[in-house]
Design a protein around this ligand. Structure first.
Ligand SMILES: NC(=O)c1ccc[n+]([C@@H]2O[C@H](COP(=O)([O-])OP(=O)(O)OC[C@H]3O[C@@H](n4cnc5c(N)ncnc54)[C@H](OP(=O)(O)O)[C@@H]3O)[C@@H](O)[C@H]2O)c1
Length: 251
């Protein structure tokens, strides 16, 4: 096969739903050894069952709230114990609530920053400890958002976290290049998942392709970054947004 990801060990955080779930299933179907994660056991179990029912190697399922570093270490260490290597870490877990900036409490702010930015640093740091000792290095893929490029009205901590995430991607790419650890990002536009539908967000008039995306629309960019075809790409965040260029939301 031209793109071969068979037996690559791929951790996908927040893969108990939405985009992460779709990526986990598709990578498993291509023969990767996937590690799935989320906070809610029953949602993780559902993804485990889907992957198993398709005749793929059953995933390693690890329940963990990634806002705590000790949980992250457990996720990374269990993966290493199971497979003896970590080829790819996809930092996908994320989410936010919506509120005008002046109504957001310090706790609310911190929760969104921890979920979308600090957890990515924790996971990357813990994975680095394994990847730096691998001859082939490793790959880290951060799921960002168009909210990193455009003001996301009523999502100020989310927009700030994703903007910070893009520069974290660039910084880690430069710092860890000497270990052949490649760090890239994908910035989705409006993608139909439970989270985004509940928020009722996105005006298709602002999208050049005039439609919202589906989780499978992220797969091409993710596959490129997971595979050896991207071995000379690092520090890059690819927008997968159907050509969204206008306002994300109006006040
Ligand atoms: N959908 C969009 O339009 C869109 C657009 C741009 C960017 N994104 C980004 O894409 C990523 C996936 O979004 P999605 O739409 O697929 O969201 P989703 O359907 O809500 O799924 C989010 C996943 O993250 C997990 N998660 C959340 N907080 C976590 C934590 N503290 N520790 C561990 N797992 C946690 C959830 O698990 P539990 O339910 O068990 O907590 C779930 O598996 C996010 O980073 C999001 O910011 C999405």
């Amino acid at each position: 096969m031209f793109i071969d990801i068979k037996d690559k060990v791929i951790i996908i955080t927040g893969s108990s739903g939405g985009i992460g779930k779709e990526l986990a299933i598709k990578f498993a179907e291509l023969g990767a050894k996937v590690v799935i994660n989320g906070r809610k056991e029953e949602k993780i179990q559902e993804v485990y069952n889907i992957i198993k029912s398709r005749g793929c190697e059953p995933p390693l399922a690890i329940q963990a709230n990634l806002r705590k570093y000790e949980n992250v270490e457990n996720l990374i260490n269990k993966t290493y114990e199971q497979y003896g290597k970590i080829d790819v870490l996809i930092n996908n877990a994320g989410g936010s609530f919506s509120a005008p900036a002046e109504e957001i409490s310090a706790n609310g702010w911190n929760a969104v920053i921890e979920t979308n930015l600090s957890s990515v640093f924790y996971c990357s740091k813990a994975a680095f400890n394994i990847m730096r000792n691998q001859q082939h290095g490793g790959k880290i893929i951060n799921i960002s958002s168009v909210a990193a490029f455009l003001p996301d009205v009523h999502y100020s901590p989310y927009s700030a976290a994703k903007g910070g995430l893009n520069l974290l991607t660039e910084t880690l790419a430069v710092e860890w290049a000497k270990y052949n650890i490649l760090v890239n990002g994908i910035a989705p536009g409006f993608i139909d998942t439970k989270a985004s539908i509940n928020q009722g967000s996105g005006d298709t008039n602002e999208i050049a392709l005039r439609r919202r995306g589906k989780p499978e629309d992220l797969f091409g960019a993710a596959l490129l970054l997971v595979s050896d075809l991207s071995n000379y790409i690092t520090g890059e965040t690819i927008r997968v947004d159907g050509g969204l260029r206008g306002a994300l939301r109006n006040v």
